[in-house]
Design a protein. Structure first.
Length: 488
């Protein structure tokens, strides 16, 4: 990609976008529209799977449907490994992001146009693979805008995160209305249009990104490409055979994703730690990522239940009557983004103002797990019975979700770029997303144990475990901080 016609302002002095480099606006835009399509589709996905055929759904068992959604969510983040590998070894971060966005759009088109399980299978595979490439590389590209000690980094990631949540807010609102009034496929079609708009917006400004994002940092030797291609064909063939023979079923998808994610995480940690070029502070920082990874996985196993347990809760337990009109179920997915938009700037300003006095990353991670656990315990205070839980009560609980999210998600994205060995910049971001993949898949498994008629034990156990994990990380904050070797 030629950049010779584009004049660049040095990133350290460019403050033309809310005090941040101007090119952050371009990445902000593509991620906004990708999240619009992603969350717009995901807001209606679960109910599409378990609603009866007469209501426009597929009539799948609710527990199995929740497992599919969890497996799909985990697959999105699991595929960040592939997105990172393609960026580091074949195409570079910028081109991988572009091609991945095209794949996301194709997946939404498949969901909109192809009927039944065929559309679900083709669409979710394409969206999962494409979204993984977008997520890993968009984050890496944002990190490339800042020097290692640029104090604007966390604030920049928080602004970027606001763009994600503008899309996450509007997507479920609009797809939910279309689904309620005209049917599920119109909602999926709107998601496809949103991604097409985001892709067009990004294509106009690709050349403004830093020069190094157009390069391949660790090129794959040409002689190895056929071997990798053959291995990919074997894996795909094996998955097809296992599916046809019934070894892989819809009910087992979440367990499969959990297993693959654990293996991938262990392999990626081992790859970095066994690399002889990763020594000294870089090696220590990789070790520090292990407890952060575990804490993050626990957090996301609760947070991602917005798309499983909270959706079922909204369908069965929530009073959705608004002045005589029943709001779409998917609208509850837009409550959290409202709070993110309102609070992301506050958190960004807070971390910037505190500077070196801000809590370290281990403290933020530990607090996020504690707050997330408290949010689940708060469900116990809600009235029981069908359509009896007040909307304002759920809004208050999702406010706790938001506070916990802002303590870990933009901070986790930022710290993954700071802890990364030079040779594994994008793959360290993918490692953080693997913790999200693991948590997302676990959320689907946990949702299979949720019973709206008797949910006291569920909320008590799940919330309590998260609090314990958070307290353990807080207790170990000193040793973790030392392993981070100067990174906060």
């Amino acid at each position: 990609m030629s950049t010779r016609h584009t004049a660049r302002v040095p990133q350290g002095t460019d403050r033309s976008f809310f005090g941040q480099p101007r090119v952050l606006a371009n990445l902000f835009g593509v991620e906004l529209w990708e999240r619009f399509s992603f969350y717009g589709m995901q807001g209606i996905l679960l109910i599409y799977l378990y609603f009866s055929v007469s209501d426009g759904g597929l009539g799948i068992d609710r527990g199995v449907a929740a497992g599919i959604v969890g497996a799909y969510g985990g697959s999105v983040y699991l595929s960040t490994i592939l997105g990172a590998w393609f960026a580091d070894r074949l195409f570079g971060a910028e081109r991988t992001l572009f091609y991945s966005a095209v794949m996301v759009m194709a997946g939404h088109v498949a969901l909109a146009l192809l009927p039944g399980l065929v559309g679900v299978g083709v669409g979710l595979v394409l969206v999962a693979l494409g979204s993984g490439g977008v997520k890993a590389n968009a984050t890496s590209l944002v990190g490339s805008l800042y020097g290692e000690h640029d104090e604007r980094r966390d604030a920049g990631f928080s602004i970027f995160y606001m763009g994600i949540n503008i899309g996450a807010l509007v997507g479920p609102l609009l797809t939910g209305v279309l689904q309620k009034e005209w049917g599920f496929h119109f909602g999926f079609g709107l998601a496809a249009l949103g991604m097409a708009f985001g892709l067009a917006q990004y294509a106009r400004g690709r050349s403004r990104l830093p020069e190094e994002t157009h390069h391949v940092p660790n090129p794959l030797p040409a002689g190895r490409l056929p071997r990798y291609a053959a291995a990919a064909v074997v894996v795909v063939a094996l998955l097809v055979v296992l599916s046809v023979t019934g070894v892989i079923t819809a009910g087992r998808l979440d367990d499969l994703v959990i297993g693959v994610t654990v293996v991938a995480a262990v392999a990626l940690f081992s790859l970095m730690l066994l690399d002889r070029s990763v020594v000294g502070a870089e090696r220590s920082r990789v070790f520090s990522m292990i407890p952060l990874f575990i804490c993050s996985a626990v957090f996301w196993s609760l947070y991602q239940q917005q798309f499983t347990v909270v959706t079922i809760y909204a369908d069965e337990r929530l009073d959705r009557n608004l002045f005589g009109w029943e709001m779409p179920i998917s609208w509850v997915q837009s409550i959290n983004p409202v709070f993110i938009i309102a609070l992301a700037g506050v958190f960004a300003a807070l971390w910037t103002k505190l500077g070196d006095r801000a809590p370290g990353t281990p403290v933020k991670f530990g607090l996020s797990a504690v707050v997330m656990g408290l949010a689940f315990l708060a469900f116990l205070a809600m009235p029981s019975g069908p359509s009896s839980a007040p909307l304002l009560g759920l809004v208050a609980i999702l406010l706790l979700f938001t506070v916990a999210e802002l303590l870990i998600s933009p901070v986790g994205l930022s710290v993954s770029t700071k802890l990364a060995p030079t040779k594994y910049r994008t793959q360290m971001v993918a490692l953080f997303f693997l913790s999200v993949a693991l948590g997302s898949a676990i959320s689907g498994t946990l949702a299979g144990y949720y019973e709206p008629e008797d949910d006291t034990g569920f909320f008590l156990i799940v919330g309590g475990v998260s609090i314990v994990v958070g307290l353990l990380v807080l207790a170990a904050r000193g040793p973790i901080q030392r392993l981070m070797a100067g990174v906060r």
